[in-house]
Design a protein around this ligand. Sequence first.
Ligand code: PLP
Length: 341
Amino acid sequence: MEKKNLDWANLGFGYVVADYRYVSKFKDGKWDDGEITTDATITLNECAGVFQYSQSCFEGLKAYTTEDGHIVCFRPDLNAARMKDSCERLEMPVFPEDRFVEAVEKVVKANEAWVPPYGSGATLYIRPFMIATNSVIGVKPAVEYEFRIFVTPVGPYFKGGAKPLTIRVSDFDRAAPHGTGHIKAGLNYAMSLHAIVDAHNKGFDENMYLDPATRSKVEETGGANFIFITKDGKFVTPKSDSILPSITRRSLMVVAEKYLGLTVEHREVLFSEVSDFAECGLCGTAAVISPVGKINDHGKEICFPSGMDEMGPVTKKLYDTLTGIQMGTIEGPEGWVHKIL
Ligand SMILES: *Cc1c(COP(=O)(O)O)cnc(C)c1O
């Protein structure tokens, strides 16, 4: 298999059109057999449900080349299960979980030439998503849908090392109590764009959202969960019904406990506790962990002892262990590394 001639190490996080995508359509109450196609364009009626009432949800995962030359992805069964939850909350038909994993395998195999080589730092980002496709004008769920997976090679998230981020406590809320914060839906992102642009304009990298009901507890950022390390070395991560259950965060909880021997606390985290923590990080598929150096709460700064130059020492161990498992240099728990080729 000849790889595409790309400058892998200098790719950004952008859309590069790969050769193949997977498409399955839902009509008359059932999903068709699905197929691999070369057509990167979707043509829809102007009144399609996705355009009018935003019935759409998505997933994100990556395929990697391991040291011994295999192509693998990480816990795709959890992406399948999470998309099921998203679909159920949005009255969309579930794409069967086993077929989801098979479709990921098919589309990665078809695009083998686009999977970055081991050691380049780049990965193949996989984007499954579902949209409502038939015309809907009265407010109700659509009856026809498209499930599609495209892939795009993405560069190393941190070029030249992970620089700690400066984030601010947001005055905008991300998710309503009992709303849709726990599902991976585009609608949660549409309303976060203003907050992120505003944060960037004011010199911050990200927003820390607090729970909208009381504004006293830490939730997450627009696209990553929080992890904290206490001064006595415990791993703490916020629990709330309106946080998106990050697969990276759930994996880090296991790594912290089983690989590093840390005490893990998954619980409500008061914002007032944050200034006592030793380290802070954001976790998600894209960067695995981004260290946070500073939090700005309306002008009042919380500076973590780990500083603004590098990841905190415990965060670094978590990062190295999880990425080691993903890249195949450290033996992972059963079922985490899913071999495709
Ligand atoms: C996708 C996402 C995350 C990260 O989840 P991973 O499964 O770790 O990639 C965190 N928060 C939000 C809001 C997300 O959409």
